[in-house]
Design a protein around this ligand. Structure first.
Ligand code: KG4
Ligand code: ZN
Length: 334
C-alpha cells in the first residue's frame, strides 16, 4: 500500500490541492485567479492575497471529495519553487503548519520536475530515458529524464519563455491575460502562412524568444500606421502566423535533441503543452520521425496540484523529506 498525500500548488496564479493515494491521483482542485486578466500579466501581490483566500476552501474540497480525513494522511507536499516568492510562501507556510500539527513528513517539490512527472498520472506513460519539452509561462526547457527523480536540463531559453512570448504578443494585440489560450483559439480560423515571423535559431539546444517578440512589436507598429484597425481585421491570421513560428522553433530544437541523444520517447509538459496546434504538429512529426509522443491531459498541463501529488509520491518512496521534518527514529536519538 503506497502513501496518502495531500499536495498543494501555489507558485503563480492557480491555488490548487490534490490527494494521491497509493500512486493514484484522486482529485485535482484548482482555483484560477481571474484578478490578473486586465493587467496583462500576473500581479504578484494580488496573487498572494488570492492564494490566502483560496487555500483553505481548496484544501477542504480536496480532502472532502477524496473522502480522506486529515488523520489518514501520511505526508503533506508543496511546491517549493520556482515561482513568485509571496505566492509560494502561502502554500509553503500552510503545508508546514499542517504537517507540524499532524506530525507527519513534509515533502518539497520542484515545480518544473512536477510538470514532467505529470506524465505518470495516467496511461500511457513514457519509458526512461525520455526527452521532455517543458513549456510554460516562466520556462522553456528540454529535459533528459533518466528516472523519476533523475533529470538533466539539456537546453533552455536564454531570455523569454515561450508562454511569455504568447502572452506578451497577445497583450500587444490588446488581448487579456493569459493570451496563450486566446491565440490558440483565434489561430484555429486563421492562415498560418499569411505573415512571416523570423525563427530564432541559436546554437545548440537553447532557445531565444525575445527576437520574435520584438519583430512582432515592429510588425504591428508598421501595419497599424497603415491601417489603425489592422489587428481587428486580421486577428485570426496574425495569431495563426505567430503561433506557427513559435511552434516551428520548439519543434526544430526537439528534433535536434532527439537526434543528438538518439531518443524517440518524446514528452511535452507545462502550460503551453495545452496548445492544440502544438499537440497536432507533434502528432504529425511523431509519425514522420517514428517518435512515441506523450502529452498530458489538459488539466495536468497548466499549473495544478495533481502533478505535485505524483512527484511527492515518488519522493515519499525514496524518503526524500524536507529537512524541517524529523522522523520518529531520528527523534529518539536526540
Ligand atoms: O505551466 P503554466 O500553467 O504556468 C507556469 O508555470 O508558468 O503555464 C502558463 C502559460 C501561460 O503563458 C499561458 O498563456 C500558456 O501557458 N498557455 C497556452 C495555452 N494554455 C496555456 N499557450 C498557448 N496555447 C494554449 N492553449
Ligand atoms: Zn507551471
Amino acid at each position: 500500500m503506497g502513501p496518502t498525500i495531500l499536495a498543494i500548488e501555489s507558485s503563480c496564479d492557480e491555488t490548487s490541492a490534490a490527494v494521491i493515494k497509493n500512486g493514484k491521483v484522486l482529485n485535482n482542485i484548482i482555483a484560477t485567479q481571474s484578478v490578473h486578466e486586465n493587467y496583462g500579466g500576473v500581479v504578484p501581490e494580488l496573487a498572494s492575497r488570492a492564494h490566502q483566500q483560496n487555500i483553505v476552501p481548496v484544501v477542504d474540497e480536496a480532502l472532502k471529495t477524496a473522502d480522506i480525513r486529515k488523520e489518514q494522511l501520511d505526508a503533506i507536499a508543496f511546491t517549493k519553487g520556482p515561482g513568485l516568492l509571496g505566492a509560494l510562501l502561502v502554500g509553503s507556510s500552510f503545508a508546514k503548519s499542517m504537517a507540524l500539527a499532524l506530525d507527519i513528513p513534509l515533502i518539497e517539490v520542484n515545480h518544473m520536475q512536477a510538470h514532467i512527472l505529470a506524465h505518470f498520472i495516467d496511461d500511457p506513460k513514457p519509458a526512461f530515458p525520455f526527452l521532455c519539452l517543458t513549456v510554460s509561462g516562466g520556462h522553456t526547457q528540454i529535459v533528459l529524464v533518466k528516472d523519476y527523480l533523475n533529470m538533466k536540463i539539456v537546453g533552455e531559453t536564454r531570455d523569454d519563455a515561450v508562454g511569455e512570448a504568447f502572452d506578451k504578443s497577445a497583450k500587444l494585440m490588446g488581448l487579456p491575460y493569459p493570451g496563450g489560450p486566446l491565440i490558440d483559439r483565434y489561430a484555429k480560423e486563421g492562415d498560418p502562412t499569411r505573415f512571416h515571423f523570423p525563427d530564432s535559431d541559436i546554437d545548440g539546444l537553447d532557445f531565444s524568444f525575445s527576437g520574435i517578440k520584438t519583430a512582432f512589436l515592429y510588425f504591428l507598429r508598421a501595419e497599424k500606421r497603415k491601417d489603425p484597425e489592422f489587428v481587428e481585421k486580421n486577428l485570426s491570421d496574425i495569431c495563426a502566423s505567430l503561433q506557427f513560428s513559435l511552434i516551428r522553433t520548439l519543434l526544430m530544437k526537439l528534433e535536434k535533441a532527439s537526434t543528438m541523444y538518439g531518443i524517440q520517447e518524446i514528452a511535452v509538459a507545462g502550460g503551453v503543452s495545452a496548445n492544440s496546434e502544438l499537440r497536432n504538429t507533434l502528432e504529425t512529426v511523431a509519425k514522420e520521425k517514428k517518435w512515441n509522443v506523450y502529452v498530458p491531459q489538459i488539466q495536468y498541463c497548466t499549473d495544478n496540484a495533481g502533478m505535485i501529488a505524483i512527484a511527492s509520491h515518488y519522493k515519499f518512496l525514496s524518503k526524500e523529506f524536507s529537512s524541517l521534518y524529523t522522523s520518529p527514529e531520528a527523534r529518539m536519538k536526540i
